[in-house]
Design a protein around this ligand. Structure first.
Ligand code: HEC
Length: 162
């Protein structure tokens, strides 16, 4: 082989190796797509607005976080409400909000002043709206177990055993 040919073959080999390497890297990043944010709501615009308004007016965020927004003044380790509609049914949420003693439904490990308050005094229509809104807060299947674990551990202070 002449010297010039060697250089040409060398260059071709280099290009082939570089292309293969690039394809492998691209394939790897494609097979691990960024799964994105797992939380979403199925509420229509009207329910989303009414729910968010009640959520704000009833001071839920004093203790809870939602859409991963955490109130910096939040002192209570209450469970996050993201994905709540994949953990509880609308019926359960309505009963919980309507109970004169929510701790008879879910035991609390908190001091009395930090526990989930009763919203039984709230007009029925508002409790229905809140329950519908909360049940619209879903989590993608791939994050359901993590959400369940986080809810359980926040609420009970115990390790979650699937
Ligand atoms: C004073 C703090 C506080 C406020 C205000 C509050 N919560 Fe809670 N909430 C808690 C705590 C703490 C728990 C966990 C149960 C317990 O310890 O009583 C809880 C539990 C819940 C649960 C059940 C969570 C689960 O793990 O299944 C839902 C749903 C909920 N709250 C919704 C709301 C909504 C909606 C509002 C506003 C209308 C609200 N909370 C206001 C403290 C609060």
């Amino acid at each position: 082989m002449k010297r010039g040919e060697k250089i040409v073959f060398g260059l071709i080999a280099l290009v082939v190796v570089a292309t293969i390497t690039r394809n492998i890297i691209t394939l790897e990043t494609q097979s691990k797509p960024d799964p994105g944010i797992p939380f979403y709501s199925t509420a229509n615009a009207e329910l989303a607005q009414a729910g968010a308004l009640l959520y704000r007016n009833q001071q839920c965020r004093q203790c809870h976080s939602l859409w991963s927004v955490r109130n910096m003044m939040e002192a209570v380790p209450a469970p996050a409400l993201d994905g709540m509609g994949s953990l509880r049914t609308e019926r359960w949420l309505y009963d919980y909000l309507s109970s004169a003693n929510p701790q008879s439904i879910l035991q609390s490990r908190m001091k009395v002043e930090y526990r989930m308050p009763s919203y039984a005094a709230l007009p029925e229509a508002d409790r229905r709206t809140l329950a519908r809104y909360l049940s619209s807060l879903k989590v993608q299947d791939w994050y359901l177990e993590d959400t369940r674990k986080a809810e359980y551990e926040k609420r009970t202070g115990l390790n979650y055993q699937p």
